[in-house]
Design a protein around this ligand. Structure first.
Ligand SMILES: Nc1ncnc2c1ncn2[C@@H]1O[C@H](COP(=O)(O)OP(=O)(O)OP(=O)(O)O)[C@@H](O)[C@H]1O
Length: 456
């Protein structure tokens, strides 16, 4: 006698075959009577067996017509990768925001059998609405997975998360990062809240000049944060982390943000607070419009934020006024304390995986209570050029590795207050007339350092 498991396997295979057959018929007879009936009866057979569960992921969700469902995009990427191994017909196109060529399946190939922890999953691409609901857009599609009801828990607990995670990883591999800047609210009617450019900054942690131990500590912290989804869920806190980068001009604060963005593969939202003139509601809209896995940067907080943190004496009529004190020539100025409270409150209830980076050249101006642990999770000082930093810059610009030369410069650097930007400026090859770059540029650097030494 055949075992029970064999029966299920046989039923599973048959249903898989029905779906494959149905999709082939749909391809060859895309419209009309046959198409409608084949689809209707396929769905009916699946439901009548009462053993199989279906979950559909629509391409578009929400009230807005153009609101694409991210889950659909991730699932599509995952299924494409899964099915590419077997598909007979492929299309090629460049990925969004990238120059890489990506292979996709032709729609009718989208009947895919996937396996996970020994269970089978049958995926189909459907482009019509089974329940006859009006479609929001032309070409609206759904990805539907059919699985045996005994695997319901596996699907809810693990399989869907697995599909989303793998899909997202695949998409990110082909995508470039973006740098967003906020538009003034006056322009929102003609453009989006944020404008973006592709962010191709070449900075990485490898070519960032700084003390090695400090660099490793930052990398460790970022890695732990990006893997801490379960930790934040467990302690019931928003998945976010606040960094304060401080140091004199030209010590690499902006360069470090670019390196972090590349390391984590996050987009950057450069929030210019001075252009936010519409109080709480405008700030809330802007922050809510940022995507997960992003870095929100507020540069030079000492210039864009009211630092005194003193309440105004005049009577406060609304919460909006409490935050946006009406200072200096009628400008709305936000206080750092209120901004931090606002950010905390906002992300406790929505979204996740956001790094918030503040920068300042004048940390001494900030109220210590505002930068205590918990408000800012990590304070990173970027200082004058260290010997480690110099070696990295010399390697970046001149590709040299000369011990005795380094030793000479170590002495000079230790006695001067020179920023990595000054060092980079002097190391950068300036001549292309057959000169020896390293001599020319190191000569400049040594002159600059000696001059600095004399001056100080
Ligand atoms: N740590 C560093 N590693 C590599 N290059 C650096 C570093 N610091 C500065 N530079 C070089 O100096 C230039 C200016 O640095 P950057 O804009 O990152 O400094 P900053 O601290 O953000 O300055 P500011 O406070 O004036 O905005 C960079 O384009 C880069 O060429």
């Amino acid at each position: 006698m055949r075992k029970m498991g064999d029966h299920w396997a046989a039923i599973g295979t048959s249903l898989g075959s029905i779906m494959v057959l149905y999709k082939m018929i749909e391809h060859f007879f895309p419209y009309g009577f046959l198409h409608t009936h084949v689809e209707k009866y396929t769905q009916r057979i699946l439901r009548c067996t009462n053993l199989y569960v279906q979950i559909s992921i629509d391409e578009y969700t929400g009230e807005l017509i153009d609101q694409k469902n991210q889950s659909y995009t991730f699932t599509e990427a995952y299924l494409n990768a899964t099915a590419l191994k077997h598909a007979m017909q492929l299309t090629a196109c460049t990925a969004k925001n990238s120059e890489k060529l990506v292979l996709n399946m032709v729609d009718y190939e989208m009947t895919i059998t996937d396996e996970f922890h020994g269970a089978k999953f049958y995926w189909m691409l459907t482009s019509t609405n089974e329940f006859g609901k009006p479609r929001k857009v032309d070409n609206d599609r759904s990805l539907t997975v059919t699985f045996h009801k005994r695997n319901r828990k596996l699907v809810m607990d693990m399989y869907l998360d697995h599909v989303m995670e793998k899909g997202r990883e695949l998409l990110e591999r082909n995508q470039q990062r973006k740098l967003y800047t906020n538009n003034s609210r006056d322009d929102w009617y003609k453009q989006e809240m944020w404008s973006h450019v592709i962010h191709n900054h070449p900075a990485t942690f490898d070519n960032l000049a700084m003390d090695m131990a400090k660099k490793e500590d930052i990398i460790k912290d970022l890695t732990a944060f990006s893997k801490a989804k379960d930790y934040y869920a467990k302690i019931g806190k928003a998945w976010k982390r606040g960094y304060l980068l401080f140091g004199p001009p030209g010590t690499g604060k902006s360069t470090m943000i670019a390196a972090i963005s590349k390391f984590l593969n996050y987009d950057i939202y450069d929030l210019e607070l001075k252009s936010v003139r519409g109080g709480n509601s405008e700030l809330r809209k802007l922050l809510l419009d940022t995507s997960d896995r992003s870095i929100i940067v507020i540069e030079d907080i000492d210039c864009s934020i009211e630092l005194t943190n003193k309440r105004k004496k005049k009577k406060i009529r609304s919460r909006d006024q409490e935050m946006w004190a009406d200072h200096r020539h009628g400008e709305m100025v936000v206080t750092l304390s209120v901004l931090l409270n606002f950010i905390d409150g906002l992300w406790s209830s929505t979204g996740g995986e956001r790094l918030i980076i503040f920068t300042t050249n004048h940390v001494e101006k900030l109220d210590p209570a505002l930068i205590r642990r918990g408000r800012m999770d990590k304070l990173i000082e970027l200082g004058y050029c260290s010997f480690d930093g110099f070696k990295i810059l010399a390697k970046n610009y001149l590709n040299i590795d000369d011990h005795s030369l380094f030793e000479t410069i170590r002495c000079l650097i230790s006695e001067t207050q020179i920023t990595p930007a000054d060092v980079a400026e002097n190391l950068m090859p300036k001549s292309v007339n057959g000169d020896d770059y390293s001599e020319v540029c190191l000569g400049n650097l040594i002159c600059a350092l000696e001059k600095l030494k004399e001056d100080t």
